[in-house]
Write a protein of this length. Structure first.
Length: 108
């Protein structure tokens, strides 16, 4: 499953930890994300079944992800469909997840 931003959910640490149910892994991921986003990230914030499914979404995907919100509002399957691709929000994500751009290009 490829997220709106191009992240491959099956390779995402949050997704993998959620599927395994490993609470220790949630804490490790939260620490890592705190450094990337310069914000407090609680372990329960990383629980995610993928942003395109109607299940659990991470705190970031549910509340902060502008790409997800934008794609849902515009009825896009991914950011690659947007005429503004890549926007500044997506550029930040692509910088931290290089494979995401490749995944989006494959969807073009």
């Amino acid at each position: 499953m490829i997220a709106y931003c191009g992240i491959d959910c099956s390779k995402c640490r949050s997704y993998i930890a959620t599927q395994s149910g490993n609470p220790e892994e949630f804490a490790k991921i939260a620490k890592r994300l705190e450094k990337i986003y310069c914000a407090e990230v609680k372990p329960e914030y990383v629980i995610c079944d993928g942003c395109k499914v109607d299940k659990r979404h991470s705190y970031f995907c549910s509340n902060k992800c502008k790409m997800r919100r934008c794609c849902i509002e515009k009825h896009y399957n991914s950011c690659i469909e947007c005429p503004s691709f890549p926007c500044s929000e997506l550029e930040f994500e692509l910088k931290n997840t290089p494979d995401a751009r490749k995944n989006l290009e494959k969807l073009r």
